[in-house]
Design a protein around this ligand. Structure first.
Ligand code: APR
Length: 230
């Protein structure tokens, strides 16, 4: 049995991390162009780093919830038959114990130098004036987060996993941002059963074979229990 999971901000919501597009979402108060594009970074690297510094600091105040933990149980049972793809840049899946994990939009706890492209761990604040530890240049340190218009990580590995999935489950994602928004249809074309787990209806709901409505911290453990018994 091959199960591929896609998570979005909704799986971290009950841990206290705001989603992007719900009320009081992360994008409120900021324009995507300002803080989630290369152009925005070039125009004001300090504003961009400030946006992500706030989100990185917030990680110290939150913990994984029962949904993150349930996915670890499923991974432990399925081993190589399990792959977790997250759009989230937080580290809650890792802290819950997930290993077979792809951060397709990068990670808050990593930085990247725009001059030499080196990626390093980052658990503190980043500033435009910081110089790269490798090339020594400043004005180029950014969070290793994939911005709009940039290519997400590990798309080849993701594509292969979707082709061999028996079940594809999207948890807590609005299904708005490509290419993740196309994963359910791709998995379905290759024969997977597709399940949407979300608090609300999304623009993709009609594409799924099964809909599970409710908060992830309740619905995901119940779904995992069902899958482990099947
Ligand atoms: N349980 C389940 N689902 C939830 C919960 C919850 N407790 N709370 C919110 N949701 C759902 C919302 O109904 C919504 O469908 O989570 C989804 C969050 O959607 P978005 O805020 O759009 O987040 P996401 O889908 O992850 O965004 C994708 O967009 O901005 C970019 O790069 C950013 O990775 C992000 C991508």
């Amino acid at each position: 049995m091959n199960i591929v999971i896609l998570t979005g901000a909704g799986i971290s919501a009950e841990s206290g991390i705001r989603t992007f597009r719900d009320e009081d979402g992360l994008w409120e108060g900021y324009s995507v162009d300002q803080v989630a594009t290369k152009l925005g970074f070039g125009a004001n690297p300090e504003l961009v780093n400030r946006f992500y510094n706030l989100r990185r600091r917030q990680l110290a105040e939150v913990v994984p919830n029962a949904a993150h933990t349930a996915l670890v149980e499923l991974e432990e049972k399925l081993g190589n038959g399990f792959l977790l793809i997250t759009q989230n840049v937080d580290d809650l899946h890792e802290r819950a114990g997930s290993h077979r994990l792809i951060h397709m939009h990068g990670e808050l706890l990593k930085s990247r130098c725009t001059w030499c492209e080196i990626i390093s761990p980052c658990d503190g604040d980043l500033h435009a004036t910081d110089s790269c530890r490798k090339c020594r240049r400043d004005m180029g340190m950014r969070p290793d987060v994939v911005w709009f218009g940039e290519t997400p990580y590990e798309l080849d590995r993701i594509g292969k996993a979707l082709e061999s999935a028996d079940i594809f489950i999207a948890i807590g994602t609005s299904g708005i941002v490509e290419p993740a928004s196309r994963f359910s249809i791709k998995a379905k074309v290759y024969g997977a059963k597709t399940i949407e787990v979300n608090l609300n209806e999304t623009s993709k709901t009609s594409e799924f074979d099964e809909i599970i409505r409710g908060p992830a911290s309740e619905t995901v453990p119940a779904l995992v229990s069902r899958l482990l018994q099947s």
